[in-house]
Design a binder for this molecule. Sequence first.
Ligand code: NAD
Length: 495
Amino acid sequence: MDEPRTDYLMLIGGEWTDGQEEPFSLVSPVDGQPWAVLPSASQADVAAAVAAARKAFDTGGWPRTPPARRARLLRRLGELISERADDLARLQVRENGKVLREVLAQTKGLTDYCNYFAGLAETAGGHTIPSSAPDMFVYTVREPVGVVAAVTPWNSPLALLMWKLCPALAMGNTMVVKPSEVTPASTLVLGEMIEAAGFPPGVVNIVTGDGRVGAWLTADDRIDKIAFTGSTHVGRQIAAAAAAHLTRISLELGGKSPNIVFADADLDRAVEGVVAGIFAAAGQTCLAGSRVLIAQEIYEDFAARLVQRAARIRLGHPLDPDTEMGPLSCRAQYDKVQHYVTVALDEGATLLTGGRHPSGAQFRDGLFMEPTVFGKVRNDMRIAQEEVFGPVVCLIPFTDEDEAIAIGNASIYGLAAGVWTRDIARAHRVCARLRAGTVWINTYRRTSYAVPFGGVRQSGLGRENGAAAVEEYTEVKSVWIDSGSGIADPFNPRA
Ligand code: NAD
């Protein structure tokens, strides 16, 4: 067995530095072996990173860097990512056990994010506003918010960071990044690329460690905006921390998304879509279609097909090209998902397949779990209401369109939803009534740099991706110019 790597360092003010707290280990979810030791930031390290980002913003000139130059640096970063996409993907697989082909597709796609936001750096601006007041010329400008704290989860560490970093840097903000303690190494390697692309020191700083590091960062009153992706539980804590200084926030949180299958759907496609929705990435995606609502008249048939397809999913090593589902990402997550199997059984849900650690020597030391389907679930059960974040799906029958919508909306979450039907009018009707940030019709799990993504209700605040992301990273300044030559009446501003 190789000795764990110890050469990962944090990036603060352009210097690669160790943390002042006790370092922590990264453990492979495939074989349980520690493979790297990472620095843990102290409160003073966090304060130094915020000070570096503040300096780069306040006096370092980054917000006044011409948009064309910011765009060039982002495009260069995109090229560097593209050249090392395979290394970055393999590193993420090592961290969180996600299947290589999915991670590679994601990593290769990051270059598109750089290019898209480079374009917005050069084109997103303010407006001139026709004014009714005589001689007034009024316009708005979009200015960077300031120093952004980006706190990210472990399931897609680089993609979810780039959703923040690209618009933030494009619009002239500086950043302090705190990746998940499960997946910090890939973010530090991205930091090397940010440096190599030519971003000035202090524009992007990276501190590593657990939730305490995130809490120190988000409580710092020198932060202008917090961009968080993670659980709804931590999202609430961050919102409370932000309230102390009225720091701007965007929150991308959890979900319990309904994937609704009507009797008139193309059922072959629907089975594949439902499987992709919940078992890709072993269900560890915020947008997982973890509640499958099935029209009563096709319930038995569809459930049988789904169970058959789920039982055929190939589990294996995430680097093996034949593997469809890898392990869960970390021990805490594995224990949580197993706990929910017990919860569902105690509540009276019917286990149709899965629920166990797979047998076989290759799975023995890893955090593997069989694809798991629970039948005849009631929507008020905990298994249908709480985010499991694993390969566990609930099947819930419904009698008609109204009931499907009512069940779909009966959740504290509102991240996404799927609708499977051949009836275009029904698709639009249902889509209009579902409370969700994204609705997929006859497809599932699609995202793009150009399409806004985010949740309603307790799935989050704000939107990432698309032109909407520019608003999250800019303040609008309104400018009034009096081009008249007369002297204004001080007590009659409309004159
Ligand atoms: P998590 O909330 O436990 O942790 C997320 C990050 O917050 C980590 O970096 C963690 O160290 C940090 N953190 C923990 N406590 C903190 C605190 N008090 N203050 C500041 N930072 C703190 O989430 P996770 O387990 O890493 O990721 C899984 C969760 O992320 C799921 O709930 C999932 O739905 C959600 N998620 C949402 C989206 C989305 O776009 N909506 C995408 C991916 C994941």
